[in-house]
Design a protein around this ligand. Structure first.
Ligand code: TPP
Ligand code: MG
Length: 479
């Protein structure tokens, strides 16, 4: 394993690792091994790549970060704490979001704690979506990347790049085994979403043991077939190689990127590293001491945060993010003078409001003996709303002629035309549901449709939608 040569980066990585170990140990439940292995890539993404202002976590053009393997949540909670992400008044007005304090990390997995055990949207500033069921988070990230492209195509103007954000997601073996992720990845490849980067934690371990028990495909080749740019990093501790891989993502302009990162679960634990024993149980007090010794960390300290580490986040992420956001605010103020109508729409998208006249013109349908088919009335309503709510968009899983979900006089959303509002999800109901959730979390008002009987294929995404208070609109019709 390559050594992390910069002392401050080493300190930051080990802080994330030890916070994660201590949090899981205090709760006597959770997953320490993956945060320990992935601390370097999380650090690299946050401190070197992300455009994100910790003092404004709802800044519309922030890069998004999704931890799809939600079981590794201590990784996210530790980073959000060290990055000093602050819930602003405006955030609080939208949702009851919190800034994560060290005490919250100490209360990992306790009743009422924002550090619930799997990231839950709305529980803490910086959590972009709820991740627990494997495969959903990465699929949400495709919807977020679609939203970025759509917002750019509709609202950017010459001299005003209001939207060009990237979406990063970290996923595990379970994420890439789940079918929903493959459906979403297939859409992302087809749409050439170059603003999307998944880091696949190729640790070859799942709960039951080594992945060879059940999984032998070549993941990178599969993704190449799906139209992705694939990059390999052979050592999860090699920050420079991770940095180069992230550069490879940013330099690729016509495909989404999959970084296949070879890691050792529970890295540093003398007796549990590289075993499924590091997956779902605390390391144990003795093993924690041995592991801290391996890291060169004070063995008896718990929840130790050297002040240099939050300072490092502030010097890197904070400085870069603040300057990007203030430049954006200045640009948006000028944009507002030149394009007041568009600026007002962006305001509504960001605050999830609707135009005051959104329901004007909606007419009740006359009662009749035979009655109008609900899919027909649904289609009429969508088309009555569409001119008022310009960010209402969606489509069907290849059933639009039957589900009546086409918007009149609107173009197709495609790689050649990211401004379109009629989407074609293909016959991928589950992927459609999860992608819609990602779009809804990005402020759009998306809808997706299929026959009622096929909604079973997308039910997990529908359940998560209601949990996140951001329901995407599902149009269901009878066969
Ligand atoms: C849809 C779904 N099924 C099952 C689980 C339970 N579960 C949590 S983690 C996990 C697999 C762990 O393996 P991997 O995804 O490789 O993560 P790692 O242990 O390597 O971090 C499973 C089956 C889940 N979270 N979601
Ligand atoms: Mg694994």
């Amino acid at each position: 394993m390559a050594v992390i040569s910069s002392p401050i980066e080493r300190l930051a990585v080990d802080t994330i690792r030890t916070l994660s170990m201590d949090g899981v140990q205090a709760a006597n439940s959770g997953h320490p091994g993956t945060p320990m292995a992935l601390a370097p890539v999380a650090l690299q993404i946050w401190t070197q790549s992300m455009r994100y202002d910790p003092s404004a976590p709802l800044w519309p053009n922030r890069d998004r970060f999704v931890l799809s393997c939600g079981h590794a949540s201590m990784l996210l909670y530790s980073v959000l704490h060290l990055a000093g992400i602050k819930a602003t008044d405006r955030n609080a007005a939208v949702l009851d979001r919190q800034s994560l304090a060290l005490d919250d990390l100490k209360n990992f997995r306790q009743l009422g704690s924002p550090c619930a055990g799997h990231p839950e949207y709305g529980e803490a500033a910086g959590i972009e979506t709820t991740t627990g069921p494997l495969g959903q988070g990465v699929s949400n990230s495709v919807g977020m990347a679609i939203a970025s492209k759509w917002l750019a195509a509709n609202y950017n103007r010459p001299g005003f790049t209001l939207f060009d954000y990237d979406v990063y997601a970290i996923c595990s073996d379970g994420d890439v085994m789940e079918g929903v992720a493959c459906e979403a990845a297939s859409m992302a490849g087809h749409l050439k979403l170059s603003n999307l980067c998944w880091v696949y934690d190729d640790n070859r371990i799942t709960i039951e043991g080594e992945t060879e028990l059940a999984f032998s495909e070549n993941v990178a080749k599969r993704f190449e077939g799906l139209g992705w740019n694939t990059i390999h990093v052979d050592d999860a501790n090699d920050l420079a190689a991770i940095g180069k891989a992230l550069d490879g993502f940013r330099n690729c302009s016509d495909k989404p990127t999959l970084i296949v990162l070879r890691s050792i679960i529970g890295y540093g634990s003398p007796n549990k590293a590289n075993t499924h024993g590091a997956h779902g149980a605390p390391l144990g007090e003795d093993e924690i001491k041995l592991t801290k010794k391996f890291y060169g960390w004070p063995e008896n300290e718990k929840f130790l945060v050297p002040p240099e580490v939050p300072q490092h986040f502030s010097n890197t992420l904070g400085v870069r993010g603040k300057s990007a956001r203030s430049a954006w605010e200045t640009s948006f103020a000028k944009y507002r003078e030149q394009f007041p109508g568009e600026a007002a729409e962006i305001d509504m998208i960001v605050t999830r409001k609707l135009p005051t006249d959104w329901s004007n013109g909606l007419k009740p349908f006359e009662a009749s003996e035979k009655g109008m088919a609900t899919r027909v009335s649904s289609g009429k309503v969508l088309n009555m709303l569409a001119p008022k709510i310009r960010w209402l968009m969606g489509g069907s899983a290849d059933l639009a002629p039957s589900t009546m979900t086409l918007l009149d006089n609107q173009s197709d959303f495609s790689h050649a035309n990211f401004s379109g509002r009629n989407m074609h999800f293909g016959i991928r109901e589950h992927g459609m549901g999860a992608v819609l959730n990602g779009m809804a979390l990005s402020g759009l008002r998306p809808y997706g449709a299929t026959f009622f009987v096929f909604t079973d294929y997308m039910r997990p995404a529908m359940r998560l939608s209601s949990l996140m208070h951001q329901p995407a609109l599902y149009v269901l019709t009878h066969d």
